[in-house]
Design a protein around this ligand. Structure first.
Ligand SMILES: C[S@@+](CC[C@H](N)C(=O)[O-])C[C@H]1O[C@@H](n2cnc3c(N)ncnc32)[C@H](O)[C@@H]1O
Length: 320
């Protein structure tokens, strides 16, 4: 397969490179913003599970771009963006990085410290665990990660703020919706056009953060219980919340499940563009090295430590 075959198969991968995004997921956040106007009135934003950084790029370009034009959201407040990931990420203008775990209270404290004690206006999370291929396990771990993201969000988000997170629409999704509905007056599940139909991935857009009275953020247990003073009759029972579903992105936008010719109708001649910023130390680095040297199936395959010589990463680990 030639190096341009992925450009043909994945139009958003190709557009991401053309527009300088680090990953095709940038379009998912852009399309969600187009539908929900996520960035208006936002000066302090948190990007959870941010590496390699395309969502942080979107936040940086949108919020700082507005600031540069003199269109500040709230008076004279400065735009601040914090990105958190377990992995290191190449620097981005105006984005403070925390290499840390979103399940740790110390990470929440670092975020608040960066915002000088002020809460965030917006928290986004495109978090995904390493996919195992066992659907039930993947769905379960993704759900746990979403709950961890919700949990840290309850430490850092201002009342009235917005939380956006990736969700897998698996069989237990209504339990997740019910947990989100405890904390937000509006929860919508949305599928941007750049997210493949063949993937169970979608995004929850949770607006108007309004925790139950007396709720004390607690990092010890990511599974939130239903013991707060919530009118579950309104929620139609804790496991039966019906959340509106909205497909978003202009219908004229590219279809992520289609293969497009390299020569599009744009009048511009096709030219191969390398990835904008490959991950700097991805967790699959060692597997790539072993595969490249045909060592994957050998029992005596040497293991390489993260401090040993670098190996060339694949352009993209996974994409939906
Ligand atoms: C799909 S990638 C995010 C892509 C990113 N939104 C972008 O646009 O470039 C998922 C990320 O979640 C991160 N992640 C998974 N579990 C995490 C955790 N407990 N704490 C912090 N990051 C985590 C992974 O390291 C990975 O970089």
């Amino acid at each position: 397969m030639g190096r341009s075959s992925k450009d043909k198969r994945d139009i958003y991968y190709r557009l991401a490179k053309e527009e300088g995004w680090r990953a095709r997921s940038a379009f998912k956040l852009l399309q969600l913003d187009h539908e929900f106007n996520l960035f208006s009135d936002v000066n302090r934003a948190v990007d959870l599970c941010a590496a390699p950084g395309s969502w942080s790029q979107v936040l940086s370009r949108k919020l700082r771009g507005r600031e540069e034009k003199g269109e500040k959201a709230n008076g004279s407040e400065e735009v601040k963006i914090v990105a958190v990931d377990l992995q290191a990420m190449a620097p981005l203008p105006g984005v403070t990085q925390i290499q840390g775990d979103i399940t740790k209270v110390s990470t929440a404290q670092e975020i608040i410290h960066h915002f000088e004690g002020q809460p965030a206006d917006l928290v986004v999370c495109d978090g995904a665990p390493d996919v195992t291929g066992l659907h039930d396990v993947d769905e379960y771990i993704q759900a746990q990660l979403l709950l961890a993201a919700l949990n840290i969000t309850t430490h850092v988000l201002k009342p009235g703020g917005t939380f956006v997170a990736k969700i897998f629409r698996g069989k237990d999704v209504t339990l997740l919706y019910s947990q989100l509905k405890i904390f937000f007056s509006s929860v919508t599940c949305s599928k941007p056009r750049s997210s493949r139909n063949s993937s169970i991935e979608a995004f929850v857009v949770c607006e108007n953060y309004s925790p139950p009275e007396g709720y004390v953020p607690n990092m010890s247990n990511p599974l939130l219980d239903h013991s707060y003073d919530v009118d579950f009759n309104q929620l139609e029972g804790p496991n039966r919340v019906i959340v509106p579903f909205l497909a978003c992105g202009d219908l004229s936008a590219f279809d992520s499940d289609r293969t497009y010719p390299l020569q599009l109708d744009t009048g511009k001649e096709y030219q191969y563009i390398p990835p904008t910023q490959p991950p700097i130390r991805p967790p699959y680095e060692q597997a790539c090295h072993l595969r490249k040297h045909n060592l994957l199936s050998r029992e005596d395959a040497p293991s390489i430590s993260p401090t040993q010589s670098r190996v060339e990463p694949e352009p993209s680990a996974k994409s939906s």
